[in-house]
Design a protein around this ligand. Sequence first.
Ligand code: MF3
Ligand code: CO
Ligand code: CO
Length: 268
Amino acid sequence: MAVTIKSAEDIERMRLAGRLAAEVLDYIEPFVQPGITTAELDRLCHNYMVDVQGTIPAPLNYAPPGYMPYPKSICASVNHQVCHGIPNDRALKKGDIVNLDITVIKDGYHGDTSRMFACGDTSILARRLCRITYESMWLGIRQVKPGTCLGDIGHAIQQHAERHGFSVVREFCGHGIGKKFHEEPQVLHYGRAGTGLELKAGMIFTIEPMINAGRSAISELPDGWTIITKDRSLSAQWEHTVLVTEDSFEVLTTSDKSPAPPDTITHV
Ligand code: MF3
Ligand code: CO
Ligand code: CO
């Protein structure tokens, strides 16, 4: 299957799905405090999606080939968990960092976005990792326009992460998205400038770098979903769903409270 070019109507519906996904993160932010469990965050988000928004939580029972059905409505990845953390009954502690990844389906279209949250005061390293990962995502997003290629996005992300001594997870990538949760193309978060698929107006895909404080190697937990860093170093991730416009990009997963893009990117 080739990369689909979205119609004007598809794009309008993806704008709505994207905003709704972001609004789940706006809603849950004040609850992310020491003492709450990720299962409770899952329950709150699930009810908000279903009862308030009238959206479907895409992760619930999602079962790509080779995977067991995902048992919860959100992903919650804490500290050295890289992605796909299954919400559970352990309470968050002061100093934890947690990625909450939300995918909603509205009128058959998917919106997919994640942010990092700090639980009370966190270490300087944790804060720096979250910030550099956020900047890396935005450096990738800012590459997006017709004529650039996927390698330019990956290169921008990898350069920024590595110049700060961090590493890029290779096994998971951004993805085309629309009526399907995961579709072509694969959007790698590393690579060589000037290589890979050329972007065209009307493509929609996610950019969602996973950046580790230590080495890039990962392991999978026996639950069949949760991914952790092999060296147990901290990991961070941010995700937006992005449209290629006629001359640049449009981020579809923004909302009233989504963090502003970085105005300066530090290189120290
Ligand atoms: N939201 C994740 C992504 O960004 C995918 C999660 S799959 C799930 O692609 F089943 F774990 F929810
Ligand atoms: Co995604
Ligand atoms: Co996601």
